[in-house]
Design a binder for this molecule. Structure first.
Ligand code: GLU
Length: 435
C-alpha cells in the first residue's frame, strides 16, 4: 500500500516514503525531509511546522508589452520560513515556474542557509514567463510591477530577493529602485546580487560557481582523488556552470564537456573555457556553433566517462531513467534539485558521491549574506576577503555534512538535511510557539 503522508499522525515519518522520480519538486523535498526527520526523531508537531511554508503570495502582473497589448503574468513569492532570520532566496523567470516548484525552492533555501550557517530563513520567487522572448523594457516593467505588488513582503529585515534562473544584477537594480521609490529612501540591502555600483559585493556573481568548485575539491580530497587532469563534465553554461567550469579548470581539472540550451559540447582533450565563454557572450549567450568541441546530446553528457559531473542547469536531470549510466565518481549539484530521489537511490548503490545542492550551490547565498552585511555596515570588502571567507564557510559546511552523514551512515544529501533540519528545529525549540 502506498505510504500516505498524514501530518497529524504521530508516526508521520516512521514509514519509509516510496522512492520517487519526476514528482513535483516539493514532494521530492519532503521525501528527503522524511528520512532526515526519522533519523532526528523529530517531534511530529515540528515536522508539520517545518515542512509547511509560512506564507505563499501569488499575484497577477499586468504588463504593457511593446506592441501596446496588455499581458498578465503570474508571479509567486513563497516564504518557507524565517526562523533563523529574514527570509532569503532568488527570483526566477521561466515558463516552468509553478507553485510546487517555488515551494520546493523556498524550502531548499531554508536548508541551504542552515547548512552554511547563514542567519537567514528561506524563500523563493518567480514569474511564469519566457524572458527570451521579452524585450529589456518589458522585463523591466514586469520586474517593477512584481516588486510593487509584493512591496509589503520584501524588506532588508524581512525578505531579501536575489538573482536566480534568467534574472541578474540588472533585475535586482530594478527591484532596488522600485522598493526605494516606495520607501522614499535608497535601501540597497533589500536585494543581493545587485550591481557593484549599487552596493553589490565583489565576488557575488561568481560565488555559486566558486562554492561548486570548493565542495568538488573537498569531495575529491575525501575520496583521495587527484585534482590535476581530473576530468569534468558541466551541464549548464549560465552563471553557475560557466564559473564552476572556469574555476575548476584554473585548479588544474580538465573540462571535457559543457552544455547549454543549444546542446552539449565534448572535447576529450579539454575545452578552453575562456574561449567558450567569449564565444557564448558574442553569440547571444549560446554555444551554438562553438567549434572547440564536438556536439553531443544532453544524455551523452550525463553518461560521459568523467571523474566529476556538475549538473548546473535545472531540476530533474538525473533520474531513474539515466542514473545507471552515470559514470562519474562525484556529482556536484550546482543546480537546485537536479537529481530525483529515485536516482539518489541508484547512485548510492553504485557508490557515486553526490554533493547535494543545499551544500554545493550554497556559495551564492553565502556571499549574498556577505553583501547584506556590507550594505548594512556601509563598508565594503576586498575580493580576497570575500573569497577567503566563502571558501572557509563552504569547507566548514562540507566537513560538518560529511561527519553527520558518516555518523548516521547515510548519503551526503541526507546528512545535509539532518544537519540543516536540526539547526532550524533547535532554533524553533528555543523560540517556542507564539500563542
Ligand atoms: N538563487 C540562488 C540560490 O538558489 C541565491 C539565493 C540568494 O542569494 O538569496 O541559492
Amino acid at each position: 500500500m502506498p505510504f500516505k503522508r498524514d501530518v497529524h499522525a504521530s508516526s508521520v515519518y516512521k514509514e519509509p516514503a516510496p522512492i520517487r522520480d519526476h514528482e513535483n519538486p516539493f514532494e521530492a523535498m519532503v521525501d528527503r525531509f522524511d528520512v532526515a526527520a526519522q533519523i532526528l526523531e523529530l517531534d511530529p508537531g515540528f515536522y508539520e511546522y517545518l515542512i509547511t511554508p509560512t506564507r505563499i503570495h501569488i499575484t497577477a502582473i499586468p504588463v504593457v508589452m511593446d506592441t501596446g497589448r496588455i499581458k498578465v503574468y503570474t508571479g509567486y513569492r513563497v516564504i518557507h520560513n524565517d526562523i533563523l532570520g529574514p527570509s532569503k532566496g532568488g527570483i526566477r523567470y521561466s515558463l516552468d515556474v509553478n507553485l510546487p516548484e517555488v515551494k520546493a525552492l523556498a524550502a531548499w533555501m531554508t536548508w541551504k542557509c542552515a547548512v552554511v550557517n547563514v542567519p537567514f530563513g528561506g524563500a523563493k520567487g518567480g514569474v511564469t514567463c519566457n524572458p527570451r522572448e521579452m524585450s529589456a523594457g518589458e522585463l523591466e516593467r514586469l520586474t517593477r510591477r512584481y516588486t510593487s505588488n509584493l512591496i509589503d513582503v520584501f524588506g532588508p529585515d524581512k525578505d531579501i530577493p536575489a538573482p536566480d534562473m534568467n534574472t541578474n544584477a540588472q533585475t535586482m537594480a530594478w527591484i532596488l529602485d522600485t522598493y526605494s521609490m516606495h520607501a522614499k529612501r535608497t535601501e540597497n540591502a533589500v536585494v543581493t546580487g545587485k550591481p557593484i555600483k549599487l552596493g553589490g559585493s565583489l565576488g557575488r556573481r561568481e560565488a555559486t560557481g566558486r562554492g561548486v568548485m570548493t565542495t568538488a575539491l573537498a569531495g575529491m580530497d575525501r575520496l583521495g582523488m587527484r585534482v590535476p587532469q581530473s576530468t569534468v563534465a558541466v551541464q549548464g553554461f549560465g552563471n553557475v556552470g560557466s564559473v564552476a567550469a572556469q574555476l575548476m579548470a584554473e585548479q588544474g581539472c580538465k573540462i571535457v564537456a559543457v552544455s547549454d540550451v543549444s546542446g552539449g559540447y565534448h572535447n576529450a582533450n579539454g575545452i578552453d573555457i575562456t574561449k567558450a565563454l567569449e564565444y557564448s557572450e558574442k553569440n547571444g549567450y549560446s554555444l551554438e556553433g562553438f567549434d572547440g568541441a564536438e556536439s553531443i546530446t544532453n544524455d551523452e553528457l550525463l553518461a560521459l566517462e568523467v571523474d566529476i559531473l556538475a549538473p548546473c542547469a535545472m531540476e530533474d536531470q538525473i533520474t531513474s531513467r539515466n542514473a545507471e549510466s552515470v559514470k562519474a565518481k562525484i556529482i556536484v549539484e550546482g543546480a537546485n534539485g537536479p537529481t530525483t530521489p529515485k536516482a539518489d537511490a541508484i547512485l548510492k548503490d553504485r557508490g557515486v558521491m553526490v554533493i547535494p545542492d543545499i551544500l554545493a550551490n550554497a556559495g551564492g547565498v553565502t556571499v549574498s549574506y556577505f553583501e547584506w552585511v556590507q550594505d548594512r555596515q556601509g563598508y565594503f570588502w576586498s575580493i580576497d576577503r570575500v573569497n577567503r571567507r566563502l571558501d572557509r564557510m563552504m569547507r566548514i559546511a562540507f566537513d560538518s555534512v560529511f561527519d553527520v552523514a558518516h555518523q548516521h551512515d547515510v548519503t551526503l544529501r541526507i546528512g545535509a538535511y539532518v544537519d540543516a533540519i536540526k539547526k532550524v528545529a533547535d532554533a524553533l525549540k528555543l523560540r517556542g510557539i507564539y500563542a
